[in-house]
Design a protein. Structure first.
Length: 220
């Protein structure tokens, strides 16, 4: 892993969202490898920053590296990393690698797939709350290290939003067991997964399956 510098987080949120895939993300030594992210920019109708700064989203207009934490539907905390004023990357899923017993206690399950596969599960497993809003991701108790080797990354549309639905911004590790699989769309051949690799969009056929309810996904 490579120690992160502020410049690694500065600039276009879509680029930073892809750059964070494979990074080690922990809080007080509990966490894992980032496998799924989503980008939200100032001119994005689906972003909390679209209508300008306010009391609830003030951190999103802070410096690069600030941690923007908000409550989703009054139920779940969601953690984002600011990349520039008005833009941030939502950390959607981790592959848990450190502090698994702590995560299991907090999540009340020992199933690795259920520890950090989703923004609400992730924050509960790591113990991220509104008290961390405005903290720096570059300083303790947080740790964020970039991978030495760039992993394979898939990009595609974000999920769980009703505006700017076709705008790209989601990045994921294709093989991660903890990924919440953000690129699934339902078609005539059952479930298909839309993938965009190096800008080329493809659809991979999948067996029919029951859709999972995604109640903890509201966007910044």
């Amino acid at each position: 892993m490579t120690v992160l510098a502020e410049g690694d987080l500065t600039g276009d949120a879509v680029a930073v969202a892809a750059r964070l895939i494979g990074a080690l993300f922990t809080l007080d030594g509990v966490g894992g490898i980032i496998v799924e992210t989503e980008a939200y920019c100032r001119d994005d109708p689906a972003s909390h920053s679209f209508r300008g700064p306010g009391r609830s989203n003030a951190t999103m207009f802070g410096p690069a590296g600030a941690v923007y934490v908000y409550r989703s539907y009054g139920l779940h905390w969601c953690a984002n990393i600011v990349t520039e004023p008005g833009a941030a990357v939502l950390i959607r899923a981790l592959e848990p690698t450190m502090g698994l017993s702590v995560m299991a206690d907090r999540r009340r399950t020992g199933a690795p797939r259920l520890l950090c596969s989703g923004p609400g599960r992730l924050t509960e497993a790591l113990g991220i709350t509104g008290a961390h809003d405005g903290a720096s991701i570059l300083a303790p108790p947080f740790r964020l290290d970039l991978p030495q080797l760039r992993p394979t990354i898939q990009t595609g549309p974000r999920i769980g939003i009703s505006r700017a639905v076709d705008r790209p911004g989601a990045s994921a590790s294709p093989e991660a067991a903890s990924s919440a699989a953000p690129f699934r769309v339902k078609g005539t051949e059952g479930w298909r997964r839309r993938l965009s690799v190096s800008g080329v969009v493809a659809a991979a056929a999948r067996p029919p399956r029951v859709a999972q309810k995604r109640s903890n996904q509201i966007k910044p």
